[in-house]
Design a protein around this ligand. Structure first.
Ligand code: SF4
Length: 320
């Protein structure tokens, strides 16, 4: 399998509190040393509760925010070391679709101009040709080319997300970060947008980092799944293994919380207690220990390392 993206020991911290003289006295460890790869034409689902750092990972990979450290190799090039001109050229191959199609589209621009904007910024094609490219992109994402002259408010939520996807596709990317791309949509249209993303992957061989808190959606779209907790990956393997037999207590709890459509089916509920702790004051040892139903004394002091417990299955837990 050819790897498109290799992320190694990625870290991102933010200043959390400043002292009287503007000096940083505390930091948020939003992403704390995570590593993963995504092959050509594959989807890695990145899951976890709100605040676990998964969206920061997506933005750091595209250098929309600067990583604090780590390597991000895209098609073999470490993009953390690229000068601005080379990074700009590579950005054509890496795009993002945001969660909220209401705020990510400029309300004063016509839909066709929104999709054409990346082409203009990169100086691709003359006006007439651009129009043809945009019309083809509209058709590709299931919109009518005659809708190019409409404004975002004249579209439904699902259609607006299709415009976002068309814009992301305009420069011919190989990799897309899809950051909660259906969370803001009605359930009835979520499946349509997900199927569109999967069809585009089949047609164009795209790779996705699919960020979501919704395990049912992740199960549908992903080839591999990584579970994040407080800035770290705690479990990472292929979709079939993680959904058939999750090994980390946190993954087990997330799975137990997914609603089952048949009320006669009872799930083995492993409840996690309380909320996600603050990423500023992370619990020592295993960060999950205050919520873990299986925590041992050792878990409070000793940090579990993410290690391969079965071929291709990595888990960070002392008990696994
Ligand atoms: Fe729970 Fe301990 Fe495993 Fe952490 S290391 S998930 S606290 S059992």
């Amino acid at each position: 399998m050819t790897m498109l993206l290799d992320v190694t020991d990625l870290r991102k911290t933010f200043p959390a509190r400043t002292g009287l003289f503007g000096n940083v006295i505390d930091r948020v460890h939003a992403v704390d040393g995570i590593s993963f790869s995504i092959a050509e034409g594959r989807t890695l689902g990145l899951v976890g509760e709100s605040g676990c750092g998964k969206s920061t990972v997506g933005r750091a990979i595209l250098r929309l925010i600067e990583p604090s450290s780590g390597a991000i190799r895209f098609q073999g090039n470490d993009i953390t070391k690229l000068p601005p001109a080379e990074l700009r050229a590579l950005r054509r191959r890496m795009q993002i679709v945001f969660q909220d199609p209401y705020s990510s589209l400029n309300p004063r621009k016509r839909a066709g101009d929104i999709v054409a904007e990346p082409l203009m910024v990169h100086g691709i094609a003359k006006a007439a040709e651009r129009r043809e490219i945009v019309a083809a992109l509209f058709a590709k994402v299931g919109l009518q080319p005659r809708q190019m002259g409409l404004f975002p408010h004249q579209f439904s939520g699902g259609q607006r997300q299709r415009i976002s996807i068309a814009r992301a596709l305009s420069l011919g990317p190989r990799f897309i970060v899809a950051d909660e791309p259906v969370s803001a949509l009605d359930v009835s249209v979520q499946a349509q947008v997900i199927n569109l993303l999967m069809d585009l992957q089949a047609q164009e061989g795209l790779s996705y980092l699919f960020i979501s808190h919704n395990l049912a959606v992740v199960e549908h779209v992903s080839h591999d799944v990584a579970v994040m907790y407080l800035g770290r990956i705690v479990e990472h393997t292929d979709k079939a293994s993680i959904f058939a037999r999750p090994l980390h207590p946190y993954t087990q709890a997330l799975m137990a919380a997914v609603p089952v459509p048949d009320p006669s089916i009872r799930r083995d509920k492993k409840h996690v207690m309380g909320d996600v702790p603050s990423p500023i004051n992370r619990p020592p040892g295993c960060h999950f220990h205050p919520r873990c139903p299986l925590a041992q004394p050792r878990c409070r002091t000793e940090e579990p390392v993410l290690r391969e417990v079965q071929p291709g299955h990595r888990v960070a837990c002392h008990l696994v």
